[in-house]
Design a protein around this ligand. Sequence first.
Ligand code: ATP
Ligand code: MG
Length: 219
Amino acid sequence: TRTMTEFFGEYGTGKTQICHQISVNVQLPPEKGGLNGKAVYIDTEGTFRWERIEAMAKGQGLDPEQVMNNIYFIRAVNSDHQMAIVDELQEKIVEDPSIKLIVVDSVMAQFRADYTGRENLAARQQKLNKHLHQLTKLAEMYDIAVVITNQVMARPDMFYGDPTTAVGGHTLYHVPGIRLQVKRSRGNKRIARMIDAPHLPEGEVVFEITEEGVRDSQE
Ligand code: ATP
Ligand code: MG
């Protein structure tokens, strides 16, 4: 909590599944790694599924109905809408202080769609900065975990450096917070790597996506 965490990676690496899982896990008691809290889930891509929440709640031995009731789901249809939702969140949080998690999956998609072309890059950057700043402020003011995702594409045209540089990465780099890269590994395994955390060591974990949810790898 009190910070923004970004999961970035290519399509299908599990960012959305992680967002579902944390919306369930935030509801667990502290001794099980939760915050006894509620979640706000802002879906900008239309990939949220209540069925997955249900399955993951069962996987944690929680009552699915109750878990679903504790997730405020909002579908953002464009970037202005996405920003307006966050504008209004403060009021919602004051009203319901048990909100402990805000998810934005994904943070960039609507901005990319609405601001195409080089001539609009500066405007996009400016809006996005404001959006990210607002989210960070909510995290800090109300002791909330803000989790955003960012899809990156492999860049075959890039001859040096990490071939999966976050699209809009330059936009997000200077925003303080924690960054985790999610990558495919062998079979259905995935790797989450801590890239940039001010107070945590670098490190990685192997995980799997199962019907019950996101789990540590058995290996
Ligand atoms: P994008 O960048 O396109 O949004 P993403 O990183 O959000 O991708 P997810 O949608 O989280 O990717 O991951 C999709 C993958 O999750 C599927 O390819 C599948 O492997 C796995 N998955 C989804 N549902 C289940 C399930 N019920 N059981 C097992 N695995 C599942
Ligand atoms: Mg996704």
